[in-house]
Design a binder for this molecule. Sequence first.
Ligand code: ADP
Ligand code: MG
Length: 750
Amino acid sequence: MRRLPNKGIFAICSHKPCLNGKIRAVDHFPIVNRLFPRVRKLTSLARLSDRIEDLPCVGALRGKLLRKLGIRRAADLLFFFPRSYEEVAQVQRSSEFVENTRVSFVATVVEIAERVTQSGKHMLGVHTIADGASVRLIWYNQPFRKNDLRTGQRLLATGVLRSTVLNWEIAQPSIVPLTGTELPKGQEPQPIYPLTEGLKQSTMRHMIRDSLADLIPLVEEALPRDLRQQYELPDIGSALRDIHFPPDMDAAMRAVRRFKIQELLVLQLAIAMQRRERERTSIAPACEPTGKIHSRILNRLQFQLTTDQLRAIDEIGRDMSRKLPMNRLLQGDVGSGKTVVAQYAMLLCVAHGYQAALMAPTEVLARQHAATLQRSLSSSRVRVGLVTGNMPKGARTELQRAIAEGTIDLIVGTQALLSTALTFHSLALVIVDEQHKFGVMQRAHLRTDQSQPHYLVLSATPIPRTIAMTAFGDLDISTIRTKPAGRAPVHTYVTTKDQLAAWWRFVDEQIAAGRQAYVITPRVADSENSDVASAEGIFAELSSGPFQHRSIGLLHGRMTGEQKEQVLTDFNDAQLDILVATTVVEVGIDVPNATVMTILDADRLGLSQLHQLRGRISRGSHSGFVCAVTDAVTTPVIAGQTSRNLADPTRSVELNERLRAFESSDDGFELAEMDLRLRGPGDLLGTSQSGLPTLRIANLVDDGPLVELARQMAAVLLQADPELSNPELSRLVQQTLRRYGKSMQLSDVG
Ligand code: ADP
Ligand code: MG
């Protein structure tokens, strides 16, 4: 495949008056195609926008397979990067052979034999000698291999060694025939692409190798030369070549680094542009915590604040003094005392005559927040309203009017707050509690007519800085690290169901001592085809069995708001000894006298979830006890040793790590870090709708340093050229707008 010299193309097109020499050759191709449909076929002039089937090295059949991988255009093929590389090991001498390792060595063929195995497979066995050692190479169902082999031939073989009684053996090795007496050259790393059924690795490599030369010259450089020099990034041509077919691993890694940085830079530019746009276009109500206001609010709060709480309050106060909308994440482990900080921010608004809204992920939690606020404000004129999804119509209309007229100051609610029917009189602050529970990471858009409210997000799942910045736009972060003093420790146990009777006796002792207990189940109701514990089932079982003499309550998501409220009030007032509940209690519930928790079928829950649940019983001055019960793990899995009685070893290893981590650490930051590694950021932040951009090559978890680097680069670029009007940046800006323009609502810059 050769590209026609440009001259040739112009010759073909020259009779069209509209074409002049200034237009680049590629721009002419559509016209060429229309006028001379056969010309392209013959000359194989490629364009990046070509349909993938039209590439000569692809064709209709393979094109279909490539489309399954998301490759639709020629450019997609060029930017379809390997997921790793196959490196040929250093050539080894037989004296260095170690069983079960991958080796490469030079050998001479002495005998070739074929036979059919008992199971009907064709087997090709090739006996070779590698400097004195005897090595048998075996292929199954690949009779054609024989054609490449003859006795006396030298070859370079690579594969994983097994030792048998007689000799070394390698199944399905890869081989390279050697001619004459040459020694094998250092082999280039081979790309390994993601594949789909029916597509072979070698075919993929051929298609990409064949089109590279044609396509690479068509790609325009997006990174300015200065930037590339400063950060030692290869130019786009070399990077594309080296990411697919690198001469060595260093070159491959340099290319990968370039594409990661480029991808992250585009993201960081989008975030920076979004922030500037927000700052340019929005005015927030300034609420300064003057000395008088500050001490008046502190006097209202129930306790002496911790140092970390005071620092968070200081940071928030500073943000809210400005006319720029605050955009801040307050993160702190379960029970670290975030609510009171949120309360401070809300009262700051009220002190300045504005409204504040607090959104919680569950009705149960919203009700609890409203009750707490009401309690601490009972002696003041501040009015609190609760908005939930299932309110009687009359009450709702009444509440809506009060909110619109401004007679209610603090509005607490569930996602029902986002309803468009709700209009605020003078909203200055939106707080989202337990943001990670909402799944969608967007900014909550509450309707206000005038200015933009300040925005505060609370999260108990510490989010690595790089991810927080990306997921929430450009967030500032306040962290509460230490818990309020005087907290008694929580003891954590992981056990199996056959130990339950003994555990229930312990729970009963605790109740006798005046404490209360939670029993958590993964399901609401029993189901025929599963024996996973359900709240209703366990409630019945405990009421008629080990706890007939105790008062037990039931709480789950299918109950009405009033029912839930009643149960929670009863539990709070110690009318109930035991609360059997689903994970609805996971978020935020605060009953300090409840200090014992049993989590049934704990293997069903994630690490962060388990830790959140445990957070419910570390609120007071009595020691807490949590027992995670599971039957999924009966034998500990020791690293590197697979256990026979487990159906799916990978799952059980992961599960073991999770429960063991839960048992061994009570530090939410540490556990979140582990969870992130075990499950990835999408899960950590809720769902695939977490609002995290899908990145093609960079990875927010592992590429933290590159995220920071890209952030610096974006800052430097914007500093030097605030409108990004330098023509050298135009491709980068174009990429940013194309990729994020819509989702981040960026207007056209530059
Ligand atoms: P979370 O950060 O998980 O939302 P909460 O705000 O619910 O935690 O606080 C947990 C418990 O700690 C509550 O019972 C709260 O009243 C109490 N608390 C918060 N701050 C302090 C403090 N400075 N001193 C003592 N107790 C506190
Ligand atoms: Mg909370």
